[in-house]
Design a protein around this ligand. Sequence first.
Ligand code: ADP
Ligand code: MG
Length: 251
Amino acid sequence: MKTSLHGTGCGDSCCLRVQNLSVHIGSDQILSDVNLHVHCGELAALIGPNGAGKSTFLKAVLGQREYEGIIVFSAPGQRGRKPKIGYVPQSPTFDPGDPVSVADLFVCCQSRRPAFLGCSKAMREKILDCLDRVHATELIDKRVGSLSGGELQRVLLALALEPIPNILILDEPLSGVDVEGQSGLMDMLDEIRNTYDLSILMTTHDFSMLPRYADQVVLIDRKVLAAGSAEEVLASEAFQTVFHRQGGAAK
Ligand code: ADP
Ligand code: MG
């Protein structure tokens, strides 16, 4: 496998070019020859049926999965350093009875201090600043297990944004979020992308969001079946075949 980076002239965001990416797990070929180019400041959506290899693709990009092929980050100003990647994993679950608060979660993830010692005043201020980026300061003392799907995604997004990354990778952030919450979350991603000059790569099953928010959509089922604008991919024969839809209607 080969991962590299070089400079470009694209603000603080980061381009990602994936070439001929293949992943095997044991004898099972999970992905074959996947190509994808997320341009600087772009929101790219990866779609496909369950088991298509979407999460596996993201894990390869994150360096958590062995692969064959080439992954190139073009991060201006990084000068040989790896770009900062923010990652929101697919549907982490928290026990509703778990006493862990949002502040505790930040302390666990962002400081060496054990959460049971509580949170210093300076740390609390920092957590509030992080939550403010996703307009969620009111959640700081809520138990993580009691959050709605949309609230949890905001908290996870706030965690992924500290420090501000060059590229943000989200695995099905819209799952478990109601329809109103979904457009709220997509509006927020759009705002964050513009404010912090990020590139975003996300997976989703919520196709109705794509025409409005995605610059590029790639349909995979272990290999690339269609790629292009949301309109092109949703109208493609491959999309209709995979999702058994007529006329390319979006979900
Ligand atoms: P998606 O995110 O599109 O639903 P995944 O990337 O999670 O798909 O999984 C793609 C395929 O790879 C599935 O068949 C899944 O069973 C398999 N797979 C994923 N992770 C592992 C693993 N750690 N060990 C064995 N098989 C795996
Ligand atoms: Mg997945």
